[in-house]
Design a protein around this ligand. Structure first.
Ligand SMILES: C[S@@+](CC[C@H](N)C(=O)[O-])C[C@H]1O[C@@H](n2cnc3c(N)ncnc32)[C@H](O)[C@@H]1O
Length: 395
């Protein structure tokens, strides 16, 4: 496990660190070694049986899921993965319970004494039920749970849980997605030169700050519905000397004027929204973009571009990890979703961006000058050789 490299550090005892490392290790084992084992079980055992019975191969992810779900290896994989997911958050609770007041005091002091960027909360904002009523990916209290005034606990839970969850693959700052994609876009579209950038569903701003690094002259905004995450995001950005403007806002009804941004970005956001809301969010992105501006969403690749096995594999979270909107989102066709929101289909873009942390700057720079196909074997998985899929459109 890589510890976050900013202050607002959650102090942990050696026992607590050991527990977190243990959970990280189990997750790495399940998602790398056991995932390979499960693929071998499918290829060598379950798929041939399916083929004999149906006289054809599986055509969809649900067919693979139905065929494999009674298999002992799949059951063990799934049960261990669910348990490890629960332990991710459980491993953060003891130090968080002890240090919560201290973190809150640090965040408040940063806001009072330093105050670069800004934090604007809206106590009247109604948090949508698809956030307030669900503990998404088993995170107790979800993003918006508040236990105190000026609470930052949900942000600290997410930040420190993410360190355990990602077993070091996202970098110390958990910003591999942001650094890779912002670095890619800067090279791929040198004419863009954005003056204003917006990150939707920014949570603790870990991927928002990357846009400031790559476009230092730009005004960078991050919005989210969850106040405790935004307080934490603002404090975290100040510790890192990044001037980012965080606002509590619903991406379905943005409080920004028409044509005010050059880039509207999101990462790992849309798959947590119901279909109807996705349509509204993209229509809002269209509205607030300037002509010639770019909307870009990092997500796992759509099922239509994956093999049935990969579709099944990436949809696992929808069935077992409290991610009810994940599969319906991944069943949507990105090009159609952008068109429905008002974008010209000829201006649709999709990219597979190599992880800068994994492959380095040189590979990222080369990727920006070559068009690549979606490679379903590696894209978006926390496994060796990570790459990030993103789609969107120019206005
Ligand atoms: C999976 S997290 C996004 C993670 C982050 N963007 C990243 O790069 O990893 C989803 C975030 O979206 C926020 N959210 C959900 N619905 C929203 C909405 N309608 N408007 C704004 N934020 C929303 C949640 O509060 C949560 O912080």
């Amino acid at each position: 496990m890589l510890e976050p490299n900013h202050s607002l550090k959650l102090r942990k005892t050696l026992d607590e660190k050991a527990r977190m490392n243990f959970v990280s290790g189990i997750r790495a084992h399940v998602l790398n070694d056991m995932a390979s084992g499960m693929r071998a079980v499918w290829d060598g055992e379950v798929e041939p049986r399916f083929r004999r019975k149906r006289r054809r191969g599986a055509k969809t992810g649900p067919e693979v899921h139905n065929a494999i779900k009674s298999n002992e290896y799949f059951k063990f994989y799934s049960s261990l993965r669910v348990t490890a997911q629960d332990l991710v958050w459980q491993s953060v609770f003891p130090p968080l319970d002890r240090e919560r007041d201290q973190l809150k005091a640090e965040a408040l002091a940063l806001r009072k004494n330093k105050n670069i960027g800004s934090l604007t909360l809206d106590p009247k904002l109604e948090v949508p039920r698809y956030v307030s009523a669900i503990d998404v990916h088993l995170m107790a209290g979800n993003y918006d749970g508040e236990y105190d005034t000026d609470d930052v606990a949900a942000g600290a839970l997410y930040d420190n849980g993410f360190a355990v969850f990602s077993f070091g693959l996202m970098g110390r700052n958990h910003d591999d997605i942001g650094q890779s994609i912002a670095g890619f876009i800067r090279r791929k579209y040198p004419h863009l030169k954005p003056k204003k950038i917006l990150d939707l569903g920014c949570t603790i701003g870990h991927n928002t700050g990357s846009w400031k690094d790559h476009f230092p002259a730009a005004e960078v905004h991050g919005i989210d519905v969850a106040a405790p995450c935004l307080r934490y995001a603002h404090a975290r950005a100040q510790v890192q000397n990044r001037a980012v403007h965080f606002q509590q806002m619903n991406a379905e009804h943005l409080d920004f004027p028409d044509a005010s941004f050059d880039v509207v970005f999101s990462s790992m956001f849309l798959h947590e929204l119901p279909k109807k809301s996705i349509g509204k969010v993209l229509a809002e992105a269209y509205r607030v973009l300037k002509p010639g501006g770019l909307m870009l969403h990092m997500e796992l690749p759509p099922n239509s571009q994956l093999s049935p096995y990969d579709a099944f594999y990436l949809d696992w979270d929808s069935a077992y990890n409290n991610e009810p909107f994940y599969k319906p989102f991944r069943d949507m066709k990105p090009q159609q979703v952008c068109k429905d929101a008002g974008f010209d289909p000829k201006k649709f873009v999709q990219h597979v961006v190599p992880s800068v942390g994994w492959y380095g700057e040189q590979v990222l720079a080369e990727a920006a000058t070559h068009q690549q196909d979606v490679d379903s074997d590696k894209t978006g998985r926390l496994a060796d050789g990570v790459r990030w899929y993103c789609f969107g459109a120019f206005k």
